[in-house]
Design a binder for this molecule. Structure first.
Ligand code: DGL
Length: 289
């Protein structure tokens, strides 16, 4: 490893495309003093219906890229990548690449809050085909509470609607109503629904309207932000390796956010700016390896 172990770097945030920006936004708002480096593999999105092997390979390429740009920690802000690649990367690749770095996912922080939210014990999970087929949420929920009944629903049209800038359009209504209706029909006692895909918060208003009023809808951003803040508190050795502005000199110091995309940045920037609520200027890169 050419870099010294004590070197600091931005926190890497990876997603197949735009969805991870919903997580990045929460992370940057919860931890404003840190630097973040976002990577969207937009050229190869969506990952949702790709094979385990491909999602793992693409995700590992992205993690290596973020490491090579100085990140000491990478958040897989993508449920599909967290479900299909996180464990292999943590167990097999990280020890060989650099055991001092960390790769964390979004599934565990999301399921931890569920037992305190559901009154009926019936929970819905809406995600990509890949996330649903992996049953990662069912397994993780069973670990936090054996009492919870989980119904998983894949929503294959939602990511393409978001990736193509149609989330607000009338065309999205049909598929939002269809998948929400099918989920509730398969278990009418569901009172809590996890949006287990980082693209879905862009459809939140429509999802709220399509669900029965008493059902709690759970986007992940703030949960992941809170969980990362807690992680950094509990791991001071990692906290000092994540670069941040020195609050001692300037209490209002804010970290920077940089963006990488495998797509043409001119295509990425307008939609990414909409996700972030601020102007985004990305650098285009190619992932290999
Ligand atoms: N946003 C990603 C997720 O959370 C995946 C979207 C996709 O590439 O299919 O699962």
């Amino acid at each position: 490893m050419p870099e010294h172990q004590s070197a600091t770097g931005p926190i890497g945030v990876f997603d197949s495309g735009y969805g991870g920006l919903t997580i990045l936004r929460s992370l940057a708002s919860r931890l404003p003093q840190y630097d973040f480096l976002y990577l969207g593999d937009n050229a190869r999105a969506p990952y949702g219906n790709r094979s385990f092997e491909l999602v793992y390979r693409f995700t590992l390429q992205a993690v290596r890229e973020l490491f090579s740009r100085g990140c000491r920690m990478v958040i897989l802000a993508c449920n599909t990548a967290s479900a299909k690649a996180l464990r292999s990367i943590q167990q097999h690749d990280l020890p060989l690449i650099d055991p001092s770095r960390r790769v964390l996912g979004v599934i565990r922080p999301t399921v931890e809050v569920i037992p305190s939210l559901t009154a009926t014990g019936h929970v819905g999970v809406m995600g990509t085909q890949g996330t649903v087929a992996s049953h990662s949420y069912r397994m993780e929920l069973n670990k936090v509470s054996g009492e919870i009944r989980v119904t998983e629903k894949s929503c294959p049209m939602w990511v393409p609607l978001v990736e193509n800038g149609e989330a607000e359009g009338p065309g999205a209504d049909y598929f939002v109503e269809k998948y929400c209706g099918e989920l509730i029909e398969s278990d009418p006692d569901i009172d809590t629904v996890i949006l287990a895909c980082t693209h879905y918060p862009l459809l939140l208003n429509k999802i709220r309207k399509a669900m029965p009023e008493h059902v709690k809808i759970l986007p992940q951003g703030d949960l992941v932000g809170e969980s990362l803040a807690d992680y950094l508190r509990r791991h001071p050795e990692m906290e000092i390796r994540c670069r941040k502005q020195t609050a001692a000199e300037d209490s209002a110091a804010r970290g920077s956010i940089e963006y990488l995309t495998t797509e043409n940045p001119e295509k990425f920037n307008p939609l990414a700016s909409m996700f972030m609520g601020t102007a985004v200027v990305a650098t285009g890169i190619t992932l290999e390896g």
